[in-house]
Ligand binder design. Structure first.
Ligand code: VGL
Ligand code: ZN
Length: 217
């Protein structure tokens, strides 16, 4: 595990806020335990970074990742879709619904880009970079390259799904990548949180704590 300390956000650094949406917070359709606890922490971080991007899980009704789209299947079961195994979820983050909106206290106005993902009815997308077929891109890597943003700090929901896969893909795309641990919360399904940290550590993504990130002095 690589712990990164003494971080002063600079020009080539970017904060990427993953899926801080109502459906992943308390009373949401796919509530992440303590999901909303990341909001004040992330708002502090937004103030320290010159570059901020957010992702928004953005599914059409009837999305293939919804258990309700599969007869006789229940949420949190796994099915085989055309690209491989897919966990089924309760209906969540349906385009245009309140559940898909960002948490109202999140300082989203500072985001320079919002990447919507999971909008293809037949493919889920955990990662901010690649959909779950591992082939279809969101365009984010190209955007970051064109803006010469090279070091990425990931925060948000959920640690063991969208944050994890975004971190792995960011690293594979050649970005220096750091997950800010206390600014994330997990779903934790059948050991998925342990698996996520193992995968994050193994691919060379660093970890940090928000209180050790300082403004440029
Ligand atoms: C997420 C499951 C389904 C996430 C999104 O944001 O981690 N998890 N859709
Ligand atoms: Zn989703």
């Amino acid at each position: 595990m690589t712990y990164v300390t003494n971080i002063k956000p600079a020009e080539a650094d970017c904060l990427i806020i993953i899926d801080v949406q109502n459906d992943f917070c308390s009373n949401g359709a796919l509530a992440v335990p303590e999901g909303e606890a990341v909001v004040p922490i992330i708002n502090e971080l937004i103030g320290l970074f010159g570059n901020v991007i957010a992702t928004q899980d953005w599914h059409p009704a009837g999305h293939s990742s919804f258990a309700s789209s599969h007869p006789e299947r229940a949420p949190f079961e796994e099915v085989d879709l055309h690209y491989g195994k897919q966990t089924l979820w309760p209906d969540h983050c349906v385009q245009g619904t309140e559940g898909a909106e960002f948490h109202r206290a999140l300082d989203i106005d500072r985001a320079q880009l919002i990447v919507r993902k999971g909008f293809r009815v037949g493919i889920d997308s955990y990662s901010a970079f690649y959909e779950n077929d591992r082939r279809t891109t969101t365009g984010l890597a190209g955007y970051l390259q064109e803006r010469e943003l090279r070091r990425l700090f990931l925060v948000g929901l959920a640690t063991d799904f969208c944050v994890r896969y975004s971190a792995e893909d960011a690293r594979h795309e050649g970005f220096e990548t750091i997950v800010i641990e206390d600014a994330c919360r997990a779903i934790d399904l059948d050991g998925s949180l342990d698996a996520a940290w193992t995968a994050i550590d193994r691919c060379g993504v660093g970890r940090a704590t928000s209180s050790l990130i300082n403004a440029e002095s």
